[in-house]
Design a protein around this ligand. Structure first.
Ligand code: NAD
Ligand code: TYD
Length: 349
């Protein structure tokens, strides 16, 4: 089975590649998967600011893994890879809401045009499955007493990021209905865990505290997110690509709603710091109040549910950032980009 993973040098993509290669190791090795499926992974990644080959250093030499440095908008390149591929798991995206507010051009390009390029290329290639990774943010914003999002919730994106992801979801569905492309889609809530770029809330808090800096809390700090440990997301994707029904969407969530203030306070406590490290700053424009996912469909149909409690996941995440200071210090200082610019050229860096 040949998998094309797009955006595999990012946070969730790199965790997913590691998850798959660990769960389905090479068939000829002497371990429990002997005789099981053999997965060959091609990781297509542009190495934007968010892509970091360090995330996959431990599997670089795995014979079942190959890295291709390139752009999902490059039709020629995508066409050249497609004949080898049985299955696509499409993670590549511009993923940070605040950046989309400052400049949305790359979001439109990668998230919409890039997805369209992959779909066009996949259309006539006898692909077994095109799995599109999306977000709960396409559903908009909930008030505190409103019911959670599910697969039937109407789309109501409110940031350039979520609008570009919503457009990509619509395109993916049209390629199923119009061209019979065997697609599945998953819309997941906020992930956290190892290798998350420290511009996102949880790793930003942890790394700021490790540097004795303040925690910037937007607005009143009472916006709510539904947090899922990244490995649980990977397990859900694994189930969907193997057992999910073609043409269907699955909502994935953590059943772990927390205000941003609660998150900050929990991390401060676990890291033995005081609440005066919190600094209230100006709110994000158009800041969505609350996200919450009802994941009963995937729970009933594919028997998935989160395995990692928020307390355990947070503890593991803090430990990982404590134990890997060079990973995030290189990112915060920009050093990783200089190194990889030398190796891969300036493109995308
Ligand atoms: P990330 O920003 O950490 O990684 C994105 C990756 O895509 C990077 O490696 C980057 O180099 C690559 N990339 C960007 N543009 C590219 C292009 N044009 N061609 C090839 N590669 C390109 O993102 P993430 O947090 O790992 O998110 C992955 C996917 O999951 C995204 O589609 C995102 O919308 C979705 N998602 C994320 C979350 C979350 O909490 N992080 C939650 C739900 C869904
Ligand atoms: P983020 O990690 O950017 O994810 P998203 O906006 O996609 O949900 O932010 C999570 C929440 O944390 C969101 O409500 C915004 C808030 N936030 C802060 O309060 N301060 C920060 O510095 C950041 C980056 C986010």
């Amino acid at each position: 089975m040949k998998l094309l993973i797009t955006g595999g040098a990012g946070f969730i993509g790199s965790n997913f590649i590691r998850y798959i290669l660990k769960k389905y190791p090479a068939r000829n090795a002497s371990h429990s998967n002997a005789g099981g499926p053999d997965y060959h992974i091609i990781n297509l990644d542009l190495l934007t600011y968010a892509g970091n080959p360090e995330n996959l250093k431990d599997i670089e030499s795995n014979p079942n893994y190959k890295f291709v440095h390139g752009d999902i908008c490059d039709r020629k390149l995508v066409d050249s890879l497609m004949p080898e591929i049985d299955l696509i798991v499409h993670f590549a995206a511009e993923s940070h809401v605040d950046r989309s507010i400052l400049n949305s051009t790359d979001f439109i390009r990668t998230n919409i045009i890039g997805t369209h390029t992959l779909l066009e290329s996949a259309k006539n290639n006898g692909l077994k499955r095109f799995h599109h990774i999306s977000t709960d943010e396409v559903f908009g914003s909930l008030e505190l007493n409103w019911p959670s999002f599910n697969e039937k919730t109407p789309y109501d994106p409110r940031s350039p990021y979520s609008a570009s992801k919503a457009a990509s979801d619509h395109l993916v569905r049209t390629y199923f209905h119009t061209f019979g492309l065997p697609i599945t889609i998953s819309n997941c809530s906020n992930n956290y865990g190892p290798y998350q770029f420290p511009e996102k809330f949880i790793p930003l808090i942890i790394t700021n505290l490790l540097e004795n800096k303040k925690i910037p809390l937007y607005g009143d700090g009472l916006n709510v997110r539904d947090w899922l440990y990244v490995e649980d997301h990977c397990a859900a994707i694994d189930l969907i690509i193997h057992n999910g029904r073609i043409g269907e969407t699955y909502c994935i969530g953590g059943r772990s709603e927390k205000t941003n203030l609660e998150i900050a306070q929990k991390i401060l406590k676990l890291m033995d710091r005081k609440n005066d490290q919190i600094e209230y700053v100006a709110d994000r424009p158009g800041h969505d109040k609350r996200y919450s996912i009802d994941f009963s469909k995937i729970q009933e149909k594919l028997e998935w549910q989160p395995q990692t409690s928020f307390a355990d996941g947070l503890q593991k995440t803090i430990e990982w950032y404590k134990n890997n200071p060079s990973w995030w210090k290189n990112i915060k200082s920009g050093e990783y980009q200089k190194y990889y610019a030398k190796q891969y050229g300036k493109n995308g860096l």
